[in-house]
Design a protein. Structure first.
Length: 375
């Protein structure tokens, strides 16, 4: 076993019993089965466990229940299987990378790990993680896994599932993703269930057949500055807040419709131009466009709010943005009010037909967003 000397001053006064000195390392490096057996007496290892250039086909960590540090397995072309049946806790990162032959990992009792970071595991098709309850960040990339499910816990910092060509199902119980939610490049028929998710930011998704985020109430895209095609925000029954403060220009039309409890349209506060039509439909009581200078197509608003004043709206600042088509407003107070514009406007319907190849559409049971963008 190639290991560092036992670290001095490693005792942790945290109310837990220290492991034996023979299980305390700065790091322990495992190159073969004999190295793994050398720590076979340890239920707890304090320090990183690093498996690299492993020469055997099966790695067994039979009695190890806790790693106070990271478990890192990399650059082992012949490794086909990892068995760690007793492992319950990894206090830092569980990393696996560049393991070309790894097909199976057995960690059925793992309940807590700070970070999962799995990359370039092209044959990995089975991973027992069904009891994982406590995790902060998850990255799974370039594997042959078919599904990931069973995770619990309320908050995630990052959820990044990308380039898993056979991945057909993703299911998490997190209520909040505080940094990045990234699901791209997986199987074309992927189903994503984030049924408890209420808040997320920095969302990037593609190639998804079914996306369930019915409890999502707040979404933020702080880095999204340009949308090349149609922007559509529609049919959200629970969303009360959206943030697109970085968006400056939308090349196509804007369609915001039937968002049940999103009554104020003010989440595009820095938007300067719309390349097509602007259409607003729903129980809308207020709109605010602080920076909007130009709408090349028509402008239309249909509000079911009984107090919405079309007269005031149609003669307000929104009229100064019109460069083509006409502006019209429908509400319960006024049947229809229109004001003339140029003749070059395009309706949102026309635009959506002509921009079909540029649009990435996400269909969600309770949250639908359609974006074609470049960041």
């Amino acid at each position: 076993m190639a290991s560092q000397a036992i670290a001095k001053g490693t005792s942790q006064n945290n109310g837990t019993e220290d492991p034996p000195k023979s299980c305390i390392f700065e790091k322990v490096v495992i190159l073969n089965t004999a190295d793994a057996l050398a720590i076979g007496h340890c239920e707890t290892v304090r320090g990183n466990v690093e498996v690299t250039d492993f020469v055997d086909s099966i790695l067994r960590l039979d009695h190890l229940a806790k790693i106070e540090g990271s478990l890192i397995i990399t650059n082992s072309a012949t490794l086909m299987r990892v068995d760690a049946y007793s492992l319950r806790v990894v206090t830092e990162t569980f990393k696996m990378e560049r393991l070309q032959s790894l097909g199976l990992i057995e960690t059925p009792n793992l309940t807590s790990v700070k970070t999962i970071d799995w990359k370039v595991l092209p044959l990995l098709s089975q991973a027992a993680l069904g009891n994982l309850k406590d995790v902060q960040s998850i990255t799974i990339s370039d594997t042959s896994l078919v599904s990931i499910s069973g995770f619990a816990g309320t908050d995630l910092e990052n959820l990044d599932i990308n380039n898993n060509r056979f991945m057909e199902q993703i299911s998490f119980d997190a209520e909040k993703v505080t940094n990045t939610l990234h699901v791209t490049g997986n199987a074309n028929n992927l189903q994503v269930k984030l049924a408890e998710l209420k808040e997320a930011r920095n969302i990037s998704m593609s190639n998804i057949r079914d996306l369930n985020m019915t409890k999502l109430r707040k979404v933020s895209f702080p880095s999204l500055s340009e949308i090349g095609g149609l922007f559509r925000l529609a049919d959200n029954r629970a969303a009360t807040q959206a943030t697109f403060d970085a968006v400056l220009d939308i090349g196509g039309g804007v369609l915001i419709e039937d968002n049940t409890v999103l009554h104020k349209i003010s989440f595009l506060s820095n938007l300067r131009s719309i390349g097509g039509a602007l259409e607003l439909v729903g129980d809308i009581n207020e709109t605010e466009w602080k920076s909007l200078k130009m709408v090349k197509g028509s402008i239309s608003l249909r509000s079911t709010d009984q107090n919405f004043d079309c007269n005031k709206w149609i003669s307000g600042p929104i009229r100064n943005t019109l460069r083509g088509g006409e502006i019209e407003c429908f509400s319960r107070k006024e049947k229809a009010l229109t004001a003339p514009g140029g003749s070059s406007g395009k309706t949102a319907e026309h635009l959506s037909q002509s921009a079909k190849q540029k649009i990435c559409e996400w269909l969600v049971a309770g949250f639908i967003i359609v974006l074609s963008f470049s960041v």
